[in-house]
Design a binder for this molecule. Structure first.
Ligand SMILES: [Fe+2]
Length: 141
């Protein structure tokens, strides 16, 4: 479970920076709305980062805490560093969020097996969060 939670933590950290990148680098006539929406998304993920690390500490696990570790553990692809349209941004975030939803579901399954109610219940929050975002991002295409 520790390994799985550290992978999730690392994916959240890289996704946080990716969302902030898109917040800065999205370009087009819909800039104002997309720029604001992306800030909501990274604020949400930022809260989740702290929650995962603290839930690990409550369970006597050691959360990864350096950029070096996060980049090594994460499987989220980093963005290219160029100005992008909202359509491309939404597509990229949708793909990442689908991946993250699968990942939190897998963590929940492992937590249930280990009778870890704390981790299991927290994953429910993220399942709700990603499911809602996936539905909304799907509406933009
Ligand atoms: Fe900003």
């Amino acid at each position: 479970m520790e390994k799985q939670l550290n992978k999730l933590l690392a994916d959240f950290v890289v996704e946080y920076h990716k969302l902030q990148h898109f917040h800065w680098y999205v370009k087009g006539s819909d800039f104002f709305t997309v720029h604001a929406k992306l800030e909501e998304y990274y604020d949400e993920i930022n809260e989740a980062i702290d929650e995962v690390a603290e839930i690990m500490l409550m369970n006597k696990m050691k959360p990864a805490s350096t950029m070096k570790e996060f980049l090594k553990l994460s499987s989220i692809a980093e963005p290219k560093g160029a100005f992008t349209s909202s359509a491309t941004v939404f597509k990229a975030v949708l793909a990442d969020y689908k991946h993250l939803l699968d990942e939190v579901k897998a963590v929940k399954a492992a937590a249930d097996k280990a009778n870890n109610y704390l981790v299991s219940a927290k994953m429910d929050d993220y399942i709700g969060m990603f499911s809602k975002a996936i539905w909304m991002l799907g509406q933009t295409a």
